[in-house]
Write a protein that binds this ligand. Structure first.
Ligand SMILES: CC(C)=CC(=O)SCCNC(=O)CCNC(=O)[C@H](O)C(C)(C)COP(=O)(O)OP(=O)(O)OC[C@H]1O[C@@H](n2cnc3c(N)ncnc32)[C@H](O)[C@@H]1OP(=O)(O)O
Length: 257
């Protein structure tokens, strides 16, 4: 499929998607979100792919939903056209997705990064939910996910004032997993993705599902879920291979079975 707003590439078992609307700082219009969803679905279905990276440009991961596209909407059209649901295709993907963020990740851009499984930030990254300055609130999960990442006080301040957070504050607050030099961002994200993609894919997918449970259920339910999944792992050939390889002092050859 030909894409107009993103670039889709592969390196070994890693698929990566570059948001590519430079003139609008990767503002997330409907076409871009739709293309992103299609590319993600393609990687999800491709059994050769074990991990996915989403990145933007040096200046902007994404400066938010496309304000020019949103501005004419009324309640009826916003509701019926369902501006937000297409973002769900990111969190519905069953393979790990790393957000590699340089420059602005604002509004829907910050929300897109938070929909990924973890965020690696360049030292130039700036995160924010400035929707209040536009007369709206975040709509793609910002009030909920930012609060879970950084806690109520900081999330409330950011949502109510529109203040941006730099990369260091984002790392200190638990929003990003680590900071790297801007020049190294893509390579570092691809290396992390390649490491993940070397492991057993069903195990990686179940690890992702289990960590996600921590955000969606009680501790006791989450622990119970993890225990069942852990026990189920012993039905996998990859469990035998992983543990046998350790005992035999060799590298495991996982077969995704
Ligand atoms: C998901 C939901 C529900 C909501 C949202 O996401 S609402 C959007 C939240 N985001 C924002 O409010 C950020 C808007 N952008 C900015 O504040 C600034 O562009 C900036 C601080 C990120 C960068 O400022 P800078 O002066 O460096 O660059 P600009 O001249 O302002 O922008 C360049 C170019 O990009 C267009 N642009 C930027 N952001 C958006 C956007 N979110 N939607 C549409 N277009 C955007 C900007 O208009 C300019 O293009 P033109 O020169 O053609 O106007």
């Amino acid at each position: 499929m030909g894409y107009e707003n993103i670039r889709v590439e592969k390196r070994g078992k890693v698929g990566w998607i570059t948001l590519d609307r430079p003139k609008a700082l990767n503002a997330l219009n409907a076409a871009l979100i739709n293309e992103l969803g299609t590319a993600l679905d393609g990687f999800d279905a491709d059994e050769r792919i074990g991990c996915i990276v989403i990145t933007g440009s040096e200046k902007a991961f994404a400066a938010g939903a496309d304000i020019k596209e949103m501005q004419p909407h009324n309640f009826s059209s916003a509701y019926q056209k369902d501006l937000i649901t297409p973002f769900d295709r990111v969190s519905q993907n069953r393979k790990p997705i790393i957000a590699a963020v340089a420059g602005y990740a604002l509004g829907g851009g910050c929300e897109l990064a938070m929909l990924c499984d973890f965020i690696i930030a360049a030292d130039t990254a700036k995160f924010g939910q400035p929707e209040i300055t536009l007369g709206v609130i975040p709509g793609a999960g910002g009030t909920q996910r930012l609060t879970r990442f950084v806690g109520k006080s900081k999330a409330m301040e950011m949502v109510l004032t529109g203040r941006m957070m730099d990369a260091e504050e984002a790392e200190r607050s638990g929003l990003v997993s680590r900071i790297v030099a801007a020049d190294d961002l893509l390579e570092e994200a691809l290396k992390a993705a390649e490491k993940i993609a070397e492991f057993s894919l069903p195990v990686v997918m179940m690890a992702k599902e289990s960590v996600d449970r921590a955000y969606e259920t009680t501790l006791s339910e989450g622990v119970r879920f993890e225990r069942r999944v852990f026990q189920a792992m012993f039905a996998l050939e990859d469990q035998k291979e992983g543990m046998t390889a350790f005992i035999e002092k060799r590298s495991p050859q996982f077969d995704n079975k």
